[in-house]
Design a protein around this ligand. Structure first.
Ligand SMILES: *[C@@H]1O[C@H](CO)[C@@H](O)[C@H](O)[C@H]1NC(C)=O
Ligand SMILES: *[C@@H]1O[C@H](CO)[C@@H](O)[C@H](O)[C@H]1NC(C)=O
Ligand SMILES: *[C@@H]1O[C@H](CO)[C@@H](O)[C@H](O)[C@H]1NC(C)=O
Ligand SMILES: *[C@@H]1O[C@H](CO)[C@@H](O)[C@H](O)[C@H]1NC(C)=O
Ligand SMILES: *[C@@H]1O[C@H](CO)[C@@H](O)[C@H](O)[C@H]1NC(C)=O
Ligand SMILES: *[C@@H]1O[C@H](CO)[C@@H](O)[C@H](O)[C@H]1NC(C)=O
Ligand SMILES: *[C@@H]1O[C@H](CO)[C@@H](O)[C@H](O)[C@H]1NC(C)=O
Ligand SMILES: *[C@@H]1O[C@H](CO)[C@@H](O)[C@H](O)[C@H]1NC(C)=O
Length: 396
């Protein structure tokens, strides 16, 4: 009994060590704001370049707001690849690689849609009245940044210009932590050295319809076959410990990742928040639309980056919309925040935490112990009965 208990406990400890965050960094990162730019003012021009050196490859990330559409590019190449960016004034004009990267995955938010959710579902439908707002009209301001060897983070905000509202803001935070762990904030997505956490908030936007909701329009691009398609995958997770009440994980996978276990991905939970204080009460649903084939936005970071190979890139778009039936629409809170990670490799999966393993062990262990003690008790009684009976016979 006891040796097996000890074995169970040590197995549990071993498993929890296996799933606990490693404190070593999995990639050596160096991050720079507007590298090579002479005429850039540090809070109105935001292009972050991060070189993440691993054992056998380099993951290059570019986070660009200079051409107005928030864009993240991930490129993987050999240890020899490095990137120089050429600028004219405060605009990048050329990405100069010492060696062509092997693979690139990119995502841009090019538009914000306001739509009249007449059936109150939370999904955006082309038949509903809607208005698009191009993010080309936004000038982004850098509010905060951390660019060190153990973290790269920027927080950028853009004002949405409306006739009667000066407080409407889109706020975007990008954070790269080069090791595997759960994010501090809900929905506690998993970040790794191969991914970046992205948090988008839509604050105090004015609404024009009775049932207004907002949707983000994404353009995804990857160096995959242009006739192939991105894949939408929904996984059920056994454990909602990190995101109470949410048991699904959604992944958008590039064809390379879908076919051969390595490629670009977006990963998120189908949840968004209607208050800066994130909790179960302030959570609502985030919906993803189907993908359609599209073109790269004109004069964008994407079209600049893929200038020489535009015909050879897979480009698709999708919507992410927020809200659920009966939640009072966007105007109920005038706030929506949503988080996702964008990465390269294989998307991380939840491990069981020590707590969950303990619960499972107790759940399985207690009945086993009870059953065993029941059996022991029966055996013991039989043994005593036979013994007493023998004694009686002896006395006879
Ligand atoms: C940007 O920098 C200028 C000059 O350094 C400063 O006056 C301004 O307040 C800054 N803006 C923000 C949003 O930090
Ligand atoms: C990197 O460059 C060095 C010298 O320039 C070369 O010897 C080496 O083969 C290159 N490595 C790769 C992986 O291309
Ligand atoms: C790219 O950089 C190399 C030096 O690293 C330089 O010789 C070359 O002219 C640059 N290419 C362009 C198009 O600027
Ligand atoms: C949004 O509006 C609320 C209420 O008017 C205000 O308290 C809050 O500061 C505004 N938020 C931003 C980011 O302007
Ligand atoms: C918006 O709602 C108000 C009050 O419920 C109603 O009078 C009005 O006709 C609605 N407008 C539209 C465009 O549906
Ligand atoms: C893709 O096309 C379908 C059918 O026209 C449409 O319902 C959907 O909203 C489109 N998705 C995007 C992201 O444009
Ligand atoms: C949201 O903003 C509208 C004006 O756009 C205002 O009438 C409404 O009271 C605001 N709601 C909250 C919860 O602040
Ligand atoms: C990151 O990507 C590399 C390949 O580039 C892979 O070997 C490594 O396992 C990945 N790490 C994580 C944490 O996904």
């Amino acid at each position: 009994m006891f040796p097996s208990l000890i074995r169970v406990i040590s197995a549990m400890l071993f498993i929890s060590v296996l799933f606990s965050p490693t404190n070593g960094l999995d990639r050596k990162i160096s991050a720079h704001l507007n590298p090579g730019c002479q005429g850039c003012s540090s809070n109105t021009t935001t292009l972050v370049y991060i070189r993440g050196e691993g054992k056998s490859d380099v993951l290059h990330q570019i986070w660009d707001f200079t051409k107005h559409l928030p864009t993240v590019l991930l490129s993987v190449g050999s240890l020899n690849t490095s990137l120089n960016i050429q600028w004219i004034e405060n605009k990048p004009i050329y990405f100069n690689w010492t060696e062509k990267p092997w693979y690139t995955f990119a995502a841009t938010i090019d538009k914000l849609y306001e739509y009249d959710d007449i059936h109150d579902t939370g999904y955006i439908n082309p038949q509903y009245p809607q208005m698009e707002y191009s993010l080309k009209r936004i000038s982004w301001e850098l509010q905060e940044s951390i660019l060190t060897n153990s973290e790269a983070m920027v927080h950028v905000t853009g004002k949405i210009h409306n006739r009667n509202n000066n407080d409407a803001v889109i706020s975007i935070k990008l954070d790269l932590l080069p090791f595997k762990d759960y994010a501090v904030e809900l929905p506690h997505l998993i970040h790794t050295a191969n991914s970046t956490l992205i948090d988008v908030s839509l604050v105090n936007l004015t609404t024009s319809f009775n049932a207004s909701r907002y949707a983000l329009h994404f353009v995804l691009a990857s160096t995959d076959n242009p006739t192939d398609t991105m894949h939408y995958i929904m996984r059920k997770s056994l454990d909602d410990e990190h995101t109470p009440g949410v048991f699904e994980i959604i992944e958008i996978k590039t064809p390379s990742l879908y076919d051969s276990k390595e490629g670009g991905y977006l990963q998120f939970r189908p949840v968004s928040y209607t208050s800066p204080k994130r909790n179960v009460a302030s959570s609502t649903i985030a919906h993803v639309s189907q993908f359609n084939r599209t073109m790269m936005p004109r004069d964008s970071t994407l079209s600049l980056f893929f200038k020489e190979s535009q015909q050879m890139i897979l480009v698709q778009d999708m919507f992410v919309s927020f809200g659920e039936s009966g939640d009072g629409y966007y105007k109920q809170h005038n706030y929506t925040a949503w988080a996702y990670t964008m990465g390269y490799g294989t998307p991380p999966e939840d491990g069981f935490s020590f707590f969950v393993i303990l619960i499972i062990s107790i759940g399985l262990g207690v009945p086993i112990v009870l059953a065993l003690s029941g059996v022991a008790f029966v055996l013991f009684r039989r043994y005593r009965q036979t013994n007493t009976r023998t004694r009686f016979t002896n006395e006879d």
